[in-house]
Design a protein around this ligand. Structure first.
Ligand code: HEM
Length: 428
C-alpha cells in the first residue's frame, strides 16, 4: 500500500505527472473504480485494473479481441491515415499486416506456430554466450570510469545487439537497426504530432526495404538463421489440418520482424534499467546476489513484476459483456493494465515492495497469459539473468547518484526511466 493519496477527478492518462507514478492512480482505481472510463487522444477507452479482471479478459479471446488493425500504435484521425497510406505508396512500403500481438486466433495461432518454428528454444538458448559476450563488453567499456549512464551505455545496446544478432544484422548496420527499432515503437502509447508520426513511418519503410532484401538473399542462399527459418516455416497438415499450409508472404514476414523488434527491445531495456534502480534502492539485495549469484533468477522475476514495462495493452469487447459489475458494450476499446494487476494486493501482498523471496513470484502478468503470452519471455528472462550475472561479477557495489531525477518516459504502454546515473565500486 502506497502512503500518498491521489484524486481521480480530472485524471488524464497521458499527463506526465500521472506517468511519473501511475501506480498511485491504478491503486485508487482498483479500490474505487476497477473498470475506469477515460479517453486518450480524443478516443474513449476503458482501463481494467484488477488482477482477476485482467486475467479473465486476456484468457477470453471469444469475447475480447486484440485486433487493432495493422499495429499497436495509437489510433490516428482519417486525414493522417490518408497521408501515411500515400507515403507507403510513394516510397514503396509494404502493407503492414496484423500478426500475433494485434490479431485473434485462429489466424494468430497460425503465426505463432510458424514463428515458434523459427524462434525455437534452441535458437534462444544458443544466444546465451552471445548475450554474455555483449554484456561483458559493455561493462568493460564503462567499469574503469567508475560511473555509467546505464540506459545509454548498457540497457539500450544489450537488447538491440541481441535481437540484431538473432536476426543476423551486421555490426555496420547496428545504428540503423536501433533507429528503425525506435521508429517502430514511437507511436505506441505516446502522443506524437502528425509530422513526427510521418518521420517514423518513413523509417519503418527503410526497415522494410532492408529486411525484404535480406529475405530475398536467403531465398537464393539459405543461412542457419531466424530469417531463413521464417522463409521455410510451414504448418504440416498432420500438425493442424484446419490451418493453411502456405508460406508466409513478404508483408507477413516483415510485420513479424517488426513485432519482434517492437515487443523485444524497449521492454527489455526498461526492465534492465529498473532492475538497477530497484537494486540500487535495495543494496542488501545486491550484497545477497554477490554472495549467491544463483539468486539472479528470482531477482529477475521480481524485477519483471515491479517494472511491468508493457504497462497495458489494447483489447476490444467483441460482445456486450460485464466486468466487475460494469456493463461494457461491444466495440469498447479497452486497456488491460498489467502493471496494475501486478501490484494488486489480493495477489501480491505489499505489492509495492521489491521482494525476490515472495510467494507466487511467477504469478505476475508482465508477460501476459493465454493465447498472446509473450513469445519472447524466455529470451527476455535469459537476457536479464545473464546481464545481472555479469554485472554482479564485476561490480562490488554501486550508488544511484544525486544527479538522477528519475524521470519516466511519458508513455502509458511502454514505461521506463529516461536515464539512470550510477557510481560504481568495481569488484577486485
Ligand atoms: C521484459 C521483457 C518483455 C516483456 C515485459 C514483454 C511483455 C509482453 C506482453 C505483456 C505480451 C502480451 C500482450 C497481450 O496480451 O496483448 C507480449 C507479447 C509478445 N511479446 Fe513480449 N515482452 C518482453 C520481451 C519480449 C521479447 C524479447 C520478444 C521477442 C524478441 C517479445 C516478443 C513478443 C511477441 C511477438 C508477442 C506477441 C505474442 C502473441 O500475441 O502471440 N517480447 N510481451
Amino acid at each position: 500500500m502506497i502512503e500518498e493519496s491521489v484524486d481521480l477527478e480530472g485524471f488524464q492518462l497521458l499527463d506526465p505527472t500521472v506517468q511519473q507514478c501511475p501506480h498511485l492512480y491504478y491503486e485508487k482505481m482498483r479500490e474505487e473504480c476497477p473498470v475506469y472510463s477515460t479517453e486518450v487522444a480524443g478516443v474513449p477507452i476503458v482501463l481494467v485494473t484488477r488482477y482477476e479482471d485482467v486475467l479473465e479478459i486476456i484468457k477470453d479471446t471469444d469475447n475480447f479481441s486484440s485486433n487493432t488493425g495493422a499495429g499497436a500504435a495509437m489510433p490516428v484521425k482519417a486525414e493522417l491515415a490518408d497521408r501515411i497510406r500515400e507515403l507507403y505508396r510513394e516510397e514503396g512500403g509494404y502493407d503492414r499486416v496484423g500478426t500475433m500481438l494485434t490479431i485473434d486466433p485462429p489466424e494468430q495461432t497460425r503465426y505463432r506456430k510458424l514463428v515458434n518454428k523459427a524462434f525455437t528454444a534452441r535458437a534462444v538458448s544458443s544466444l546465451e554466450p552471445v548475450i554474455r559476450e555483449i554484456s561483458a563488453g559493455l561493462i568493460d567499456s564503462f567499469i574503469s570510469k567508475g560511473k555509467v549512464e546505464f540506459v545509454k551505455e548498457f540497457a539500450v545496446p544489450l537488447p538491440v545487439r541481441t535481437i540484431a544478432k538473432a536476426l543476423n544484422v551486421p555490426e555496420d548496420r547496428l545504428a540503423d537497426f536501433k533507429r528503425w527499432s525506435d521508429d517502430n515503437i514511437a507511436a505506441i502509447g505516446t502522443a506524437l504530432s502528425d509530422d513526427q508520426r510521418l518521420v517514423h513511418e518513413k523509417g519503418i519503410i527503410e526497415f522494410q526495404h532492408y529486411f525484404a532484401e535480406q529475405f530475398e538473399k536467403r531465398r537464393e542462399n539459405p543461412e542457419d538463421d531466424i530469417l531463413t527459418n521464417l522463409l521455410n516455416a510451414r504448418i504440416d497438415k498432420d500438425e493442424d489440418p484446419d490451418l493453411p499450409d502456405e508460406p508466409l508472404t513478404m508483408e507477413e514476414m516483415l510485420s513479424i520482424i517488426s513485432q519482434l523488434v517492437v515487443a523485444g527491445n524497449e521492454t527489455t531495456t526498461k526492465t534492465l534499467t529498473e532492475m538497477m534502480r530497484l537494486l540500487g534502492d535495495n543494496p542488501e539485495q545486491w550484497e545477497m546476489l554477490r554472495n549467491d549469484p544463483e539468486r539472479a533468477g528470482k531477482v529477475v522475476e521480481e524485477t519483471v513484476r515491479m517494472t511491468t514495462p508493457t504497462q497495458g495493452f489494447w483489447r476490444f469487447a467483441k460482445n456486450d459483456v460485464e466486468i466487475a459489475g460494469t456493463k461494457i458494450p461491444a466495440g469498447t476499446r479497452m486497456v488491460v493494465m498489467f502493471s496494475s494487476a501486478n501490484r494488486d494486493e489480493s495477489i501480491f501482498p505489499d505489492g509495492d515492495t521489491f521482494d525476490p523471496d515472495r510467494d507466487d513470484l511467477f504469478s505476475h502478468l508482465a508477460f501476459g497469459k493465454g493465447a498472446h503470452y509473450c513469445l519472447g519471455a524466455s529470451l527476455a528472462r535469459l537476457e536479464l539473468r545473464v546481464a545481472l550475472e555479469e554485472l554482479v561479477k564485476r561490480i562490488d557495489s554501486y550508488e544511484l547518484t544525486p544527479a538522477n531525477n528519475f524521470d519516466y518516459l511519458p508513455s502509458f504502454m511502454l514505461r521506463g526511466l529516461k536515464s539512470l546515473e550510477i557510481e560504481i565500486k568495481p569488484a577486485q
